[in-house]
Design a protein around this ligand. Structure first.
Ligand code: GLN
Length: 480
């Protein structure tokens, strides 16, 4: 086995036991990062990564993450390291500060190896909206890795790194995790500081981990959660995140979301999810069908709220403070218009127009206001469900990885990729996707969600199921 085949946890143990060093680990992963046939990476930080690894190897006491490398979605600001959010608008942009969650991981001894490809400003479900070309799925190079955090997901599936960070607004961690056959988690809204995360839709955006095991995802999460004075929506975290070890589900009530196990879901996806749900009782748990009567309005609600917030957040890209600046404008208004026309791609422009319309005077209450009311109904559906069950389960994505180009011409078919993840985002709940099998050779993800702050229980349930499933996470040609 190569060093890159080991989980992060195993890599840490090997460093602590003196069997390898951070420099060796970083070099082994760099070799795969620099031979990037999947276009996972937008920037690689070779010199700094090796220097940091050397520093960590020289410490008398190893920090908890022991100098294991990590990749960071390009939506997260990294000081002096080019951060583009997949947009031409930020081509060559070097932030002057590092996102809090990234700084916390660095302080815990993770080594940043590079920045990963993504849909422009995290808008998309396939990474095809990146201004720097699409990322390819390591399971099948003719297919998308999902999105918007597609580069972070493919980098872990292709063993370029053992783990990475993504961001999830309506599904952008869970859906690519599902399509790439790895674990991806979006914690409770507010669990992780958004300071330094380039904003898409602020009431929905959350950072979270990708990894090949639930335990690795938990370990990464444990070092990021908690209040940050730089983000007023970040929360005090009283119960630390634990690395899970459960092998059984005794007493756990699993609710299966009926609306998300129906005709809109590919048969092969449903079958893989069902066979995992069928394991619950053998592990000591119970399965209860549950209904989320308003989940069907999730997509419509999301595509009012998210673009509305995005249109406000993206107003800052005016060509004056930072980012792209048009070369030829005579007056100020023309300067704004040209800068934005040149810097933003088509999907971002579509969202800005949708959002500006939904917020416009006379329409605000009919669209944005109404969407907020429906959001409350969706939250109540979940509250009622969690009066009966501990976690809910559904497919993560209605299909397996689709072909490059298959959905680019039809925005609505692309939007439907997130039909299973969006209701949970609107409710602000913690949720993760674990690989649960294959359908026609492509990975399928099972999505689990729980009440706010139930991360520890969710991780235990996911761990017990992960062991029972025994998914082989190596795409052909990758790893052992
Ligand atoms: N695909 C959804 C969108 O395009 C979700 C993206 C995300 O979670 N960042 O908005």
């Amino acid at each position: 086995m190569a060093l890159t085949d080991f989980s992060a946890e195993e890599q840490i143990a090997a460093v602590v036991a003196g069997e390898t060093s951070s420099v060796e680990l970083v070099a082994a992963h760099l070799a795969r990062v620099e031979h990037d046939e999947w276009n996972s990476f937008l920037a690689v930080d070779r010199e700094r990564a090796l220097a940091r690894a050397k520093e960590i190897d020289g410490l008398a006491t190893r920090p908890p993450l022991a100098g294991v490398p990590i990749a960071i979605k390009d939506a997260l600001s990294t000081r002096d390291l080019v951060t583009t959010a997949g947009s031409k608008m930020l081509e060559g942009f070097r932030p002057i500060y590092t996102a809090t969650c990234v700084a916390r991981l660095e302080a815990a001894g993770a080594v940043i190896i590079g920045k990963t490809n993504m849909d422009e400003f995290a808008m998309g479900s396939s990474t095809e909206n990146s201004a720097y070309g699409p990322t390819l799925n390591p399971w099948d190079l003719t297919r998308v890795p999902g999105g918007s955090s597609g580069g972070s997901a493919s980098s872990v599936a292709a063993r370029q790194v053992p783990w990475s960070l993504g961001s999830d607004t309506g599904g952008s961690i869970r859906q690519p995790a599902a399509l790439c056959g790895i674990v991806g988690m979006k914690p409770t809204y507010g669990a992780i500081s958004r300071y330094g995360l380039i904003a898409f839709a602020s009431s929905l955006d959350q950072v979270g981990p990708f990894a090949r095991t639930v335990r690795d995802a938990a370990l990464l999460l444990s070092h990021m959660v908690g209040r940050d004075p730089m983000d007023a929506t970040s929360l005090e975290w009283t119960e630390p995140i634990r690395v899970p070890s459960a092998t059984r589900l005794d007493g756990v009530r699993v609710g299966v979301i009926e609306e998300l196990m129906s005709d809109g879901i590919e048969p092969g996806v449903r079958a893989a999810c069902q066979s995992t749900i069928d394991m619950v009782e053998a592990l000591g748990g119970t399965v209860v069908p549950i209904a989320l009567p308003h989940a069907g309005y999730g997509l419509a609600t999301y595509y009012l709220i998210a673009p509305a917030e995005a249109s406000a957040n993206l107003a800052r890209f005016d060509g004056i403070r930072y980012g792209h600046r048009t070369a030829d404008a005579d007056v100020l208004l023309e300067h704004y218009e040209r800068t934005r026309a040149e810097g933003f791609g088509p999907e971002v422009k579509r969202r800005i127009m949708l959002g500006t319309f939904a917020l416009s005077s006379g329409y605000y209450d009919a669209y944005y206001g109404q969407a907020q009311r429906v959001r409350t109904l969706i939250m109540r559906d979940f509250a009622e469900a969690f009066a009966q069950v501990d976690v809910v389960a559904s497919p993560t994505s209605p299909s397996t990885a689709f072909r490059l180009g298959e959905r680019t011409a039809d925005p609505l078919s692309m939007y439907l990729s997130d039909i299973c993840t969006i209701p949970i985002s609107l409710a602000g709940l913690p949720s993760l996707s674990i690989p649960c099998g294959l359908s026609e050779g492509l990975p399928v993800g099972l999505q689990l969600a729980g009440p706010a702050f139930s991360e520890n229980r969710l991780l235990e349930v996911a761990h017990a199921l992960e062991l029972a499933i025994g998914f082989d996470d190596a795409p052909q040609g990758v790893g052992v």
